[in-house]
Design a protein around this ligand. Structure first.
Ligand code: FES
Ligand code: FES
Length: 182
C-alpha cells in the first residue's frame, strides 16, 4: 500500500501499486482537479508536481510515487492566490478550463526554477495541449505570473472556490479507500 505526501498530507493508498497516480488521486482521493485527458502521456491534462517536477500522473504509478511529495492543483494554493492562478484568470487564458489545472502545475514548476522565463522558455516548459487554443494568452499569463512572483506587479486573488476540499471529499464514498493521517 504505497504511502506518499499529497498536498502536505501523509496518505496511504489501499490500492495496487501499479495503479496510475492519476486514478488514485481522482477516484480514491477525490482530487478531481487533475484531469484525465488522453491517458497515454500526450495531453498534459493530468500533470501534478512530484518532488517539484511537473509529471504526467497517467504515466506514474502510485508504486513509483511511494515516499514522494505530490502537489495537485488543489494544493497549489488553498485560496487560488498562486501567481499562476491569478495571472491565468487576469489574462483570461481559460476557455473551457479542462487543460487549465495541468497547465497551472507546469507553469508553477517552471516559475519555481525560473522567475523570469521568456516566451521560448515558456513554450518549451508547457507542452500541454489545449483544444480551445489559449496558447497566445497563456504565454502572456505566465510572463505576468513571473512579474507577480518577482513582486513587480500585484493582481487580486482569483475568486474563491464555492466548496472546500474537505467538504468535497466528505461527499464521495470512494475516499474511504484512502487513509489520511495528519
Ligand atoms: S491524461 Fe495524462 S498526458 Fe493526457
Ligand atoms: S481551455 Fe479548453 S482545453 Fe484549454
Amino acid at each position: 500500500m504505497p504511502r506518499m505526501t499529497v498536498n502536505e498530507r501523509p496518505v496511504e493508498f489501499a490500492l495496487d501499486p501499479a495503479t496510475p497516480l492519476l486514478w488514485a488521486l481522482r477516484d480514491a482521493a477525490n482530487l478531481t482537479g487533475t484531469k484525465y485527458g488522453c491517458g497515454v502521456g500526450d495531453c498534459g491534462a493530468c500533470m501534478v508536481m512530484v518532488d517539484g517536477a511537473a509529471l504526467r500522473s497517467c504515466l506514474v504509478t502510485i508504486g513509483e510515487a511511494e515516499g514522494r511529495n505530490v502537489v495537485t492543483i488543489e494544493g497549489l494554493s488553498r485560496d487560488r492566490s498562486h501567481p499562476v492562478q491569478q495571472a491565468l484568470v487576469a489574462e483570461q487564458a481559460i476557455q473551457c478550463g479542462f487543460c487549465t489545472p495541468g497547465i497551472a502545475i507546469a507553469a508553477a514548476a517552471l516559475l519555481a526554477r525560473n522567475f523570469a522565463p521568456g516566451e521560448e522558455e515558456i513554450k518549451a516548459a508547457i507542452p500541454n495541449l489545449c483544444r480551445c487554443g489559449v496558447y497566445p494568452r497563456l504565454v502572456r499569463a505566465i510572463e505576468r505570473a513571473g512579474r507577480v512572483a518577482r513582486r513587480e506587479e500585484l493582481i487580486a486573488a482569483a475568486p474563491a472556490p464555492g466548496i472546500g476540499v474537505e467538504d468535497a471529499a466528505r461527499a464521495v464514498p470512494a475516499l474511504g479507500r484512502t487513509e489520511s493521517r495528519r
